[in-house]
Design a protein around this ligand. Structure first.
Ligand code: NAD
Length: 481
């Protein structure tokens, strides 16, 4: 696929066909929709036309990447306004145009306006994030509140900044920060400011994800994936944004993934839990996990542990950690897909590179696993199903259906396919033969990794619907786009 051009010209309308050329517009004015605002650098002096709006947003960090882009599109289709933060370290600006074109197409046949898309090209660790969040915040002045807290059912766990209030708008930027800090003294008689954000939820995709690179450059991974998250959570807390969805991975199960049975969430917990197995026997899950094999895997485990700890300390957080199994496929149009800036390491982009002639063969790592054809079994989940899992998590949290302030969910299909089965399926969809070379197992690989998906089905009301054949057809479309 072409390098995504970032020097593009403007246009008042956009067809899907025009997106397959590198000359798609940088700023799009789409009929009957709010303007999409783009920033090509880290300047966040507020040029957004949002002051007059009261609309609420979901903030998607890393929203132009593979899973993020599909999730943003599904959010828009569900009428959520979206604020995307992405530094384009592993994605391209043209993905934004494609999302918007697909959303426009979706809403063209519906009798309702397209929601807003705001975009900031920004590293989520950049101090400018404070100004971005301030531009979506207003402040309420009041005295100490005595009321009912929805999760605890009592007044006991109310944070010190929960107050009855009247609206007071405060300028964005550093001034607001000073005012919040001066308002944290817990004196019931003193008027106090409470921050109210129009960002009602955050989905956090931004992370580095190459297992192999994480072994070579662990600090890069700990800095972005872990340190970045810690600082970011502090900032969100400051703005009262506490509804958080985290991108986790089946990698947190460590050597548990070698058990050869579907993995249930209790195999990796961060605080003690009691649960019942399929025979009704009670078990006590002990915090921690054995056999994490890479710095990347450790970052996911550490992030989950941090999230679990802050949710325990302050139950007004609502945090869902979604453990993805093997995301594959792409949007049916072929316009969104897995197009990393970095060298691809996941199965599908490598297969695509072979299909496009950019790579001579696909290497199959390990053909001596105890599986039907000797290749590893994975739970391949269509990325659109995965994207919809995030919306289910947001909706369940908003409806108060998630009982805990921190909860993990497997997002998979519950069914396994071997690497050879995936290859065969894509060969059938493309009517091409994919040359392969069999090589040895990679360190840290496991033979069988499949999700137990019952928790997500019961608590989120979500289940994967698309098949491996759907994935393959969509991947071939993506190759041809
Ligand atoms: N793809 C998978 O197989 C898989 C499996 C399990 C978990 N995950 C997790 O899901 C998340 C998304 O994965 P993906 O496959 O979409 O990855 P991706 O690399 O395609 O997307 C990540 C996006 O985040 C952006 N980003 C990275 N660091 C950033 C920063 N500091 N500030 C702002 N933007 C930043 C990148 O530019 C990119 O657009 C990651 O956290 C990853 O670890 C992915």
């Amino acid at each position: 696929m072409d390098e995504r051009s970032q020097s593009e010209t403007s246009s008042s309308s956009l067809s899907l066909r025009s997106l397959s050329t590198p000359n798609s517009p940088d700023v799009l004015n789409t009929p009957d929709t709010e303007r999409c605002v783009l920033f090509d650098d880290d300047i966040v002096e507020d040029a957004l036309d949002i002051a007059s709006h009261n609309s609420q947003f979901i903030m998607v960090i890393g929203g132009l990447g593979y899973i993020g882009s599909h999730t943003v599109l599904e959010l828009l289709k569900e009428d959520y306004n979206v604020l995307i933060i992405d530094d384009l370290s592993n994605s391209y600006l043209s993905v934004l145009h494609r999302i918007q074109a697909l959303a426009n197409e979706h809403f063209a046949t519906r009798d309702r306006p397209m929601p807003a898309v705001h975009f900031r090209r920004l590293d989520y660790r950049n101090p400018c994030m404070r100004s971005v969040l301030a531009s979506y915040a207003s402040y309420k002045l009041g005295t100490k509140f005595s009321g009912f807290h929805p999760r605890s059912g009592s007044n006991e766990s109310l944070p010190s900044y929960a107050y009855q209030s009247e609206i007071l708008r405060v300028d964005s930027g550093n001034k607001s920060t000073e005012m919040i800090q001066s308002a944290t003294i817990d004196d019931p008689s003193k008027p106090i400011l409470r921050c109210e954000s129009r960002i009602i939820g955050v989905i956090h995709f931004a992370a580095f994800k190459s297992v192999e690179e994480s072994i070579r450059c662990p600090l890069k991974y700990y800095e972005n994936n872990v340190c970045g998250l810690v600082d970011f959570l502090g900032l969100l807390q400051e703005f009262g944004i506490k509804n958080f969805v985290f991108s986790s991975s089946a990698t947190v199960y460590g050597e548990g993934a070698n058990a050869g049975i579907p993995l249930r969430e209790e195999l990796c917990v961060h605080h003690p839990e009691t649960y019942h197995d399929d025979d009704g026997d009670q078990h006590h899950a002990i915090p921690g996990v054995l056999g994490l094999t890479s710095p990347y895997g450790r970052t996911k485990f550490m992030c989950e542990a941090i999230l679990a700890d802050i949710a325990k300390a302050d139950p007004t957080w609502s945090i869902t950690s979604l453990r993805y199994f093997n995301p594959v496929g792409c949007h049916e149009s072929g316009l969104l897909g897995e197009d990393p800036r970095q060298k691809p390491s996941n199965l599908i982009p490598v297969i695509e590179a072979v299909l496009m002639g950019d790579k001579p063969v696909l290497e199959i790592f390990g053909t001596d696993w105890d599986t039907c054809d000797g290749t590893a079994v994975r739970d391949f989940i269509h990325v659109v199903d995965l994207a919809r899992g995030h919306i289910a998590a947001l909706a369940a949290a908003a409806a108060g259906k998630i009982g805990n302030s921190f909860r993990t969910f497997n997002l998979g299909t519950g069914k396994g396919h071997t690497v050879r089965e995936v290859l065969k399926s894509i060969e059938e969809a493309s009517c091409r033969t994919i040359p392969v070379r069999e090589v040895g197992r990679r360190p840290g690989d496991v033979g069988f990794c499949v999700a137990d998906v019952r928790r997500a089905e019961i608590e989120l009301g979500w289940r994967a619907e698309k098949s491996l054949a759907d994935c393959s057809v969509n991947v071939w479309n993506h190759c041809q786009t």
